[in-house]
Design a protein around this ligand. Structure first.
Ligand code: PLP
Length: 380
């Protein structure tokens, strides 16, 4: 069995969550749009989940639009809002997930101008550049926490700036949810994306939290489910699981943060002692995430060797694993492409214990010295 240290890619479904899902896959199979008993029961389960998600992130239940996950929520925000506005400016950070960066780029084909706001060497947003970007109005999307380096932006301040520039502001909170407290109202954003499978819920469920003032259009049209913004018969079991996972995530967040932050600190010290370059240190960042590289060593090779040694970690972001290009996030942070090719991400989560982190450190040490030895022999 491998030691799983890739919780930013996905998380296992909690047993309690699975227990709440299974009835809706067995006897409770009704269509929530049906008016008979089975339909009403399914609808009630969905509305219960909607209230739980709303409570978890500080919004009204009617502001929760269930989607198939973070990717769809991000696409719904960008495409759904852009299609109801005259083309103007879309501003995103230069380190967004592809599910924001790609639809934002697509808008340029229909007359929108894209501004990718720069970040500093730690991934923090350049506030002057953001101010310039927002001064033209339009749409903005700035991620709350980055999936690779874990940097956390000051979304409340950024939302204030966006509002003073009369810009509709969204945040992709997929990685932040369950790791740092979220309060939709207090943040002052107009929309926010969430995903269930990053918080020990099932894959295939997520939500776009939408302020009712947003002039949104659907991207999926049909039966008019989810206040007309997301047609299609709902994935009731996954949505019920999402509701349960959201509630549990909030109740266990403080304990989980404490546990992973201490293991992360231990790992960071060991990596620094081994000569690793650590990215996004000493800035606000996710407590469970460590992103690092060893000069001259390929990240993909390290991940493969660590997998052989029984540890699951990621090179670059999980979604772009397999690609040989260096991480665009690191390039945007001004990291040298050769060093960026070495990037490895460790992301901790529930159930990871001290002995596993010690074993990982020991295995990494011997792998690094073996690979460095091979490199030296090749260069000789
Ligand atoms: C920051 C961020 N946004 C969006 C997504 C996409 O979410 P989903 O996998 O639910 O489509 C991910 C997943 O890796 C992510 O890390």
């Amino acid at each position: 069995m491998s030691v799983y240290l890739d919780f930013n890619a996905t998380t296992p479904v909690r047993e309690e969550v699975l227990d709440e899902m299974l009835p809706w896959l067995r006897s409770g199979f009704g269509n929530p749009s049906s008016s008979h008993y089975l339909g009403r029961a399914a609808r009630e389960a969905m509305e219960h989940a909607r209230s739980r998600v709303a409570d978890a992130v500080g919004c009204e239940p009617r502001e929760v639009i269930f989607t198939s996950g973070g990717t769809e929520a991000n696409n719904l925000f960008i495409k759904g809002l852009a299609s109801s506005l005259p083309p103007s400016r879309i501003s995103i950070s230069s380190i967004e997930h592809p599910s924001i960066a790609k639809p934002a780029r697509s808008l340029t084909r229909s007359g929108w101008s894209l501004h990718a706001i720069s970040v500093d060497e730690n991934g923090l947003l350049d506030m002057d550049d953001a101010g310039n970007a927002f001064s033209e109005g339009g749409i903005a999307s700035i991620m709350f926490a980055n999936n690779e380096c874990g940097v956390v932006q000051d979304i409340r301040r950024i939302a204030e700036m966006a509002k003073s520039g009369r810009t509709w502001m969204h945040t992709d909170a997929v990685q932040a949810f369950g790791k740092i407290p979220l309060d939709f109202k207090a943040l002052g954003v107009h929309a926010m994306s969430l995903s269930a499978h990053k918080i020990y819920g099932p894959k295939g469920a997520g939500a776009l939290i939408v302020d009712g003032r947003l002039p949104m259009m659907p991207i999926l049209e049909g039966g008019g489910q989810e206040s007309g913004l997301r047609s299609g018969t709902e994935n009731v079991a996954a949505i019920a699981g999402f509701g349960a996972a959201a509630e549990i995530a909030v109740s266990r967040m403080a304990a989980l943060t404490e546990a992973v932050a201490s293991l992360n600190g231990k790992l960071a010290s060991a990596l620094a002692a081994m000569g690793a370059v650590l990215f996004s240190r000493n800035v606000p960042a996710l407590p469970n995430t460590l992103y690092f590289a060893f000069e001259g060593l390929d990240g993909g090779t390290l991940v493969t060797e660590m997998d052989r040694a029984g540890f699951s970690v990621a090179s670059g972001s999980a979604c772009s694993s397999g690609a040989t290009e260096p991480s665009s996030t690191l390039l945007a942070m001004g990291v040298n492409p050769d060093l960026a090719r070495g990037a490895v991400r460790v992301s901790l989560g529930e159930g990871v214990v001290d002995e596993q982190v010690s074993a990982f450190i020991a295995a990494l040490k011997s792998t690094i010295s073996r690979l460095s030895g091979m490199m030296r022999r090749l260069q000789a």
